[in-house]
Design a binder for this molecule. Sequence first.
Ligand SMILES: *Cc1c(COP(=O)(O)O)cnc(C)c1O
Length: 461
Amino acid sequence: MRYISTRGGAPALTFEQAMMTGLATDGGLYVPETVPTLTTDQIAAMAGQSYEQIAFTVMRPFIGDTFTDDEFRAMIDRAYAGFGHDARAPLVQLAPNHFLLELFHGPTLAFKDFAMQLIGQMFQASLTRSGERITIVGATSGDTGSAAIEAFRGLDNVDVFILFPHGRVSEVQRRQMTTPNEANVHALAMDGDFDDCQAMLKDMFNDTPFRDGVRLAGVNSINWGRVLAQVVYYFSSAVSLGAPHREISFTVPTGNFGDIFAGYIAKQMGLPIADLVVATNQNDILHRTLETGAYTKEGVTPSISPSMDIQVSSNFERALFYAYGGDGAAVAAQMDDLKSGGFEISQGAYQYLRDTFMSGRASEEETSAAIKTYLAKHGELLCPHSAVGVHVAEDHLGATPMITLATAHPAKFPDAVNAASGIKPPLPPRMADLYDRDERVTRVANDFDAIATLIKERIAL
Ligand SMILES: *Cc1c(COP(=O)(O)O)cnc(C)c1O
């Protein structure tokens, strides 16, 4: 299994190389040369299996000979052993034919733990084998950073630096990044918003001397390994509702398009998914793009669902690649146009996206109202991101079962949840002392040279 760049101008890599590299040298994202498929029998056999067993079946065809079957099974087991729920990704019923997939039972209470915990295992195995040391730099609007720190803290051959927008993450998110006290963990509070952090990260990857000098590796949602790990819960949840003998739809609270893109891959692999619905908050660039065919940057307005506050949705490039039938040059041209504000998707590609994804948006008021209603009428206290999801899902309920992804635990966003519902959700007991732990954070300007120097000093180059 080889991985190719969405921009067609970088060498094809193995799974291991693509995972360790993150962004391709031509600025593109890695995708598998062909998407492996599972037979109806293989999918049917998942009924009643553990999450870990399903994870192995789904991911094994993608990893080539990077790990042996036994190694890979052991990594999967270790990755999910620390979750607070035996089912890992339990389904609860909200209403007739509407289900909630709880993806928040990992160590940092958001779905990003599913991918990051596994990536941590895979990086460690790969680095131990090669004897290399790497520097992971991540940009986060809140949840990626804490999930990365949790996955890499204390590992021998990794330093992890996380850039988050100063003052724009929730206190729980910030504390999850600033309280781990291992020496290899570096939380950096940067001036600006999430897109500034993400742009800084891209600049670091595009600066070859820096990139090579610190042996930079990325774990943002552009990392193929992340997308892959997220494919699994589409299978586990759909099978528990009757797939492959029955079609299932999904609504996904969306920001960087990683999670919903994993759903697209699941469908390519043969999972009978009817609708894939992109749910955005007021930063609705993806909804507007799917409505109009024009991707136009308009700035970010901070919302109560901050992990979806984006205007450049990096994984959307992967969807474009498939919409353009694998034409890397076409994708590269669109990404060039994006630098000057936006692009028009050509007719055929736009039609493909319209046929593949549905979309909707929730305003701030609608998000708060959903939190309140779902507590009162369905007995579920939702985080604001999940509330965006259920609000949008309501427009798509019908004969096909709908699964809305609950991407974070309500206790991760207590202020917004409290304002909407009057209830301050408590942290799960296993992290109840988070507010008492000491914080360690470095404030940095939105300045490439200053941040690059700081990183080099910290890793003593
Ligand atoms: C990251 C995140 C999202 C958005 O997921 P993408 O893969 O970036 O689209 C939604 N909700 C929560 C809680 C998140 O942490």
